[in-house]
Design a protein around this ligand. Structure first.
Ligand code: NDP
Length: 301
């Protein structure tokens, strides 16, 4: 099997390079991959030539315009990368008989209510990022290609910066922190998403009828405040230098940190369809977060 991976340097793309390797030959490309295999999503039509040259059995698209606030001021660029380009990939996948894997987001929903949403819940994005990601989903579904769209949330990875690392840095420097406590969701590791992708792909290759849209997040739920508190407690227990006292992590509403893009308050996603269809277990969000922390923060001797 030949797989074409796009966005190989992102959080999820990096982990996919590892997780897809046992499935077949992986051609992994990024924004600045040299010609003739162009993978610049601002030039969607050039992706068609790349797909035709590689002739993959599976295309995995981990590239996206993920700067949620910036997308508000450059919605056309976000649309090109998040909607037009995936549409071209889907068209080419359909023509080739290839399977397309794509990632989407809880931001396609408006985040009202307090129940986890399933895949059939009505979409109503609050931001340019959410709107363009939804357009990307729609283009893929309309193309007729066999596809797997995995909607996820609050993605982190050991590689690069992330919320947990920022909180640990601030907790070591300050004696008071303020963190949002009215957005609810599940931090989901890029590692988990990549492994889920590979496992789903194995089954999907044998049963293309299983293709469709799925919610893929770690189990359990928290808030950004709960996430920060967990991470800081983890560090304190292991003897890391933490200045902030446990009761000095103040919980504040989203309105305390105004941003250009509105975020959904309820990002809870129901993953039953994914777990039942593919026979998967999704671990609690703390399992992946603790593992990531163990990986990036050496415990002091
Ligand atoms: P990252 O931002 O870490 O990675 C995105 C990748 O896309 C990077 O490699 C980036 O390259 C690449 N990229 C950006 N612009 C272009 C372009 N014009 N041409 C080619 N490549 C480009 O994102 P994640 O790994 O976190 O996200 C993976 C998927 O998951 C995306 O579809 C995202 O929408 C979705 N998702 C992410 C969430 C999150 O919290 N991060 C939450 C929910 C869904 P470079 O680094 O060079 O710019």
């Amino acid at each position: 099997m030949r797989l074409l991976l796009l966005g190989k340097g992102g959080q999820v793309g990096w982990e996919l390079q590892r997780a897809l390797a046992p499935l077949g030959e992986v051609v992994a490309l990024d924004f600045d991959s040299p010609a003739p295999l162009a993978a610049d999503f601002t030039q969607p039509e050039t992706l068609a030539a790349t797909v035709r040259a590689v002739r993959p059995d599976v295309i995995v698209n981990a590239a996206a315009h993920t700067a949620v606030d910036k997308a508000e001021s450059e919605p056309e660029l976000a649309r090109t990368i998040n909607a037009t380009a995936p549409g071209v990939l889907a068209r080419e996948a359909a023509a080739l008989g290839a399977t397309l894997v794509h990632y989407s987001t809880d931001y396609v929903f408006d985040g009202s209510g307090s129940e986890p949403r399933d895949e059939n819940a009505p979409t109503a994005p609050l931001s340019a990022y959410g709107r363009t990601k939804l357009e990307g989903e729609d283009a893929i579904r309309a193309s007729g290609c066999t596809h797997l769209i995995l909607r996820t949330s609050w993605v982190y990875a050991a590689r690069g910066g992330n919320f947990a690392r920022t909180m640990l840095k601030l907790a070591a420097e300050r004696d008071k922190l303020t963190v949002i406590d009215d957005q609810h969701g599940a931090p989901t590791g890029a590692e988990l998403l990549a492994d889920v992708t590979a496992l789903c792909l194995q089954k999907l290759r044998l049963q293309p009828v299983l293709g469709g849209t799925y919610h893929a997040v770690a189990a359990g739920e928290t808030t950004w405040h709960g996430y920060a508190t967990h991470v800081i407690a983890w560090a304190r227990e292991r003897g890391h230098p933490i200045k902030v006292a446990a009761d000095a992590i103040a919980a504040v509403p989203t309105s305390a940190f105004p941003t250009p893009a509105r975020r959904p308050l309820n990002s809870r996603l129901d993953t039953r369809k994914l777990r039942q269809t593919f026979g998967l277990h999704l671990p609690d969000w703390r399992v992946g977060v603790d593992r990531m922390l163990d990986e990036v923060h050496k415990t002091p001797a």
